[in-house]
Design a protein around this ligand. Sequence first.
Ligand code: OAD
Length: 242
Amino acid sequence: MTEIDKLKKEIFSLNSLCVLTGAGVSQESGIPTFRGKDGLWRNYDATQLATPYAFQNNPKLVWEWYNWRREIILKAKPNPAHYGIKKLEEIISDFLLVTQNVDDLHREAGSNKILEIHGNIFRTRCTKCNKKEFEKKIFKNEELPPRCKNCNGLLRPDVVWFGEPIDEKIFASVLEFALKCEAILVVGTSAVVYPAASIPYYVKEKGGKVFEINLEPTQISEISDISIFGKAGEIFEKLFIL
Ligand code: OAD
């Protein structure tokens, strides 16, 4: 029996499943990952772009970077990994997708039971009145940095930056599910950013199973019951013959 067959068998016997995704899920949609050969953090200094300090220091520069990422993401379409994960939501009654991705592609593929723990790149938040707005668009260069229509405060991308905590309520819901689910499937994440990376350990500790799909081994492989190495989209195609 191949590892893919084993995973398929496991999936069809589950009543509850948590799926944790990272940038690798969107790689086949043409969105660069953060780490690795062509990773975003190889070519850009994270401390200059994805921190509260960077934004305070140069909001226009930070917005130019996010606007550029919006442009790439707007051209992208969900791939078989996104659709396969949506299919898991349909098959398994008690289901939760936890994504570190901010690109909205899971929703575009139809996922509903989803928590975006690092926010969403298309949502803005006013630094003054806290008003949030969601719009799938690119700002014109002269609009940067954008201002709140309500109070003229500076808008920021509603994403989690380095040094910022994840929304407490969201993470509490993630933990509640992780501590009761039968298994977790970890897809396309290097699992080095915490607290997201801790989620599979909570599942394991409570006796749940850990499955992993990634191009290469990660630290999650050590606690994985089944690890499948390869491109997530191609693996999901084989899993479900989409
Ligand atoms: P990373 O770039 O750290 O890791 C991407 C992972 O996906 C790696 O382990 C790759 O091996 C794997 N991968 C790449 N292409 C793949 C493919 N086609 N199929 C399967 N796996 C593939 O991205 P994340 O783990 O998502 O946070 O990074 C976590 C967080 O770090 C991000 O949410 C972001 C970043 O800093 C914030 O901005 C707060």
